[in-house]
Design a protein around this ligand. Structure first.
Ligand code: BGC
Length: 344
C-alpha cells in the first residue's frame, strides 16, 4: 500500500514537473517578469528626475519594462516599495529616502519573493537583500567641496579671515553625513586657526543640516543667520550641500542686499550652471545621471541575466560580515572655467 502511494506521488510529481517546464507561454511569462524593473526614487531634487528619466530610457533600450515611482516621504516610499515587490519584478532599484529602519521589513519581502535589490545613489546597509550599490564616490564629493574652497580662498597660503556659514544635507541620508564630515576634515583646521570664522558658531551636523534635504527648509535658517550675524559684516563663504539648497541660500542673500559669497553646490542642476555663468554660484559637483545609470543597468542585467557588472569597490560598504559590491562613479567639478564645455 505504502509503495503504491509512493509510486502515485512520484508519477504526479514527474507529470507536474514536465508540465511546468513545457510550452512557450510559461517561458515568455517568466522572461517578461525577469525583464521588468521596479524603480523607487525620492522626488526631492531635479537630479532625481534626471536619474529616473535616464533609467527609463536606458532600460527600455535594453528591452526592460520599467515601473518608476517617486516619493518625498520615507513612510510613503516604504509603502511604494512593498507594492512594487508584491508584483515580483525581476529587480528593484531603490534610491532610499529614509534611514535603514524603514526598509528592513519591506526588504524582507524582497527576500521572500526572491527579488534582487540594487541600492542607487544612497547605500542600504541593514538588509541582506541588497545585491549591489551604484553611486558616486561620496567621500570624493565631500573632499572635492573642501578642497575647492581651500584653493579658491587661498587658505593654504594663510589667507583670511573669511566669514563662513555651513549647511549640510538631510539628517536621515548617509551620504549627507559623508559629504559633510569629509569636507569638515579639510575646513576644521582653518576654523581653528581663525582663517575661517563662523559667526553663528553652528558647526556640527546636528546644528546645520537641512531637514530631509528639502531646500525650502534652508530658508528660515539663512534668513536668521543673515539678520542675527551679518547685518554689519560680510558673509564671505557658504558651504551648501547641493544646488537646490544653494539656490535658496543665494536668493535670501540677494534679498538681504548682500553680494553672492563663495558657495558650493552638488548635482549639476541646469539652474546651478546658469548661476555659475552669471557669477552667483561658485561651483557645483556634477553627478551625471547617464554615467550612474549605465553602471546601474549593468548591475540589473547581472542579477537578471547572469552577466558581469562593473564593480570598483569591494571594501567600503559593509553589511555585517558581507561587503556590498559597489561601483562608485567619479563626479566632476564644474565652475566658470568649464561650465560651457560641460553644460552645452
Ligand atoms: C544625493 C544628492 C542629492 C540629495 C538630495 C543625496 O543623497 O547624493 O545628490 O542632492 O540626496 O536629493
Amino acid at each position: 500500500m505504502k509503495l503504491a502511494k509512493f509510486f502515485c506521488a512520484t508519477l504526479i510529481l514527474i507529470f507536474a514537473t514536465a508540465l511546468s517546464g513545457c510550452g512557450d507561454s510559461s517561458l515568455s511569462l517568466d522572461n517578461s517578469v525577469r525583464k521588468s524593473v521596479a524603480v523607487c526614487f525620492p522626488n526631492l531634487t531635479p537630479s532625481w528626475e534626471r536619474n529616473g528619466e535616464a533609467m527609463r530610457k536606458l532600460l527600455e533600450e535594453e528591452g526592460f519594462t520599467v515601473d518608476i515611482q517617486y516619493s518625498g516621504k520615507a513612510e510613503e516610499q516604504a509603502e511604494q516599495v512593498k507594492n512594487a515587490l508584491a508584483k515580483k519584478p525581476g529587480c528593484l532599484v531603490l534610491g532610499a529616502l529614509g534611514t535603514d529602519e524603514y526598509y528592513i521589513d519591506v526588504l524582507a519581502d524582497a527576500k521572500k519573493y526572491n527579488v534582487p535589490v540594487i541600492a542607487f545613489d544612497r547605500a542600504i546597509l541593514s538588509s541582506d537583500a541588497v545585491s549591489y550599490y551604484a553611486s558616486f564616490d561620496n567621500a570624493a564629493i565631500g573632499e572635492g567641496m573642501g578642497e575647492y574652497l581651500e584653493t579658491a580662498l587661498n587658505l593654504k597660503s594663510g589667507a583670511g579671515p573669511y566669514n563662513i556659514e555651513l549647511f549640510a544635507g538631510g539628517q536621515d541620508d548617509g551620504n549627507a553625513h559623508v559629504f559633510f564630515n569629509r569636507t569638515m576634515e579639510i575646513l576644521e583646521p582653518y576654523l581653528r586657526s581663525g582663517q575661517l570664522v563662523c559667526r553663528s558658531g553652528q558647526r556640527t551636523f546636528e546644528q546645520v543640516y537641512v531637514a530631509d534635504w528639502v531646500s525650502e527648509n534652508a530658508r528660515p535658517r539663512i534668513k536668521e543667520l543673515l539678520s542675527k550675524y551679518y547685518t554689519d559684516a560680510p558673509l564671505n563663504v557658504v558651504l551648501s550641500p547641493n544646488d537646490d539648497i544653494a539656490g535658496v541660500i543665494l536668493s535670501e542673500i540677494s534679498a538681504a542686499g548682500k553680494p553672492a559669497p563663495v558657495i558650493s553646490g552638488l548635482d549639476g542642476d541646469p539652474a546651478a550652471y546658469q548661476r555659475i555663468r552669471e557669477g552667483t554660484q561658485t561651483f557645483t559637483i556634477a553627478k551625471d545621471a547617464n554615467v550612474l545609470t549605465a553602471k546601474c543597468v549593468r548591475m540589473i542585467k547581472a542579477v537578471v541575466e547572469g552577466t558581469q557588472p562593473d564593480i570598483n569597490d569591494v571594501t567600503t560598504y559593509k553589511n555585517g560580515d558581507r561587503v556590498i559590491p559597489a561601483y562608485l562613479c567619479t563626479p566632476q567639478i564644474v565652475d566658470k572655467t568649464n561650465v560651457d564645455i560641460v553644460a552645452k
